[in-house]
Design a protein around this ligand. Sequence first.
Ligand code: HEC
Length: 142
Amino acid sequence: MRFALLAAVLVPLAATAVVAQTNVIKDRQAIMKDIGDQTKVAGAMVKGEAPYDAAKAAAIFKTYTDGAAKFGALFTEGSNVGETKAAPAIWSDRAGFDAALAKFKADVAANVDKVGTEAGFKAAMAAVGEDCAACHRAYKLR
Ligand code: HEC
């Protein structure tokens, strides 16, 4: 009886934990997908395939700023398993991951005021773009 009661309490708790982890994985992937979509728009402008557009440039950097602010908290304990490309190194080398994220945030913050001109935007993208690749190399599975 006592066991059944305990199980009745614990099983839903465990289910809730799984759901919560699925959500942080989905949430962080949605943030990165937005960042990726915006970076495609940025890439077209940098390469001259699309005309420079100040409003789009501002929106791109707003997505970076907002995404970077929320992203780090979504790598909770246990969310290393599931439908995720997050590398185990995020959990084994949290300080390194946090540093890669902090560098991205700092480069976005240092460049956000430059994106109002085409030359400034291109320089800003050059500064930020390497941060994507650096973090993915160490902390994202292929
Ligand atoms: C601090 C580390 C870090 C930085 C900086 C970073 N990413 Fe990511 N990114 C990740 C991780 C980790 C994942 C995998 C998340 C998962 O699957 O749970 C990911 C996933 C992605 C995805 C796949 C999203 C999906 O649909 O699942 C895209 C696209 C992406 N990143 C683009 C970018 C771009 C573009 C930048 C730079 C503007 C960037 N990332 C910067 C760590 C980072």
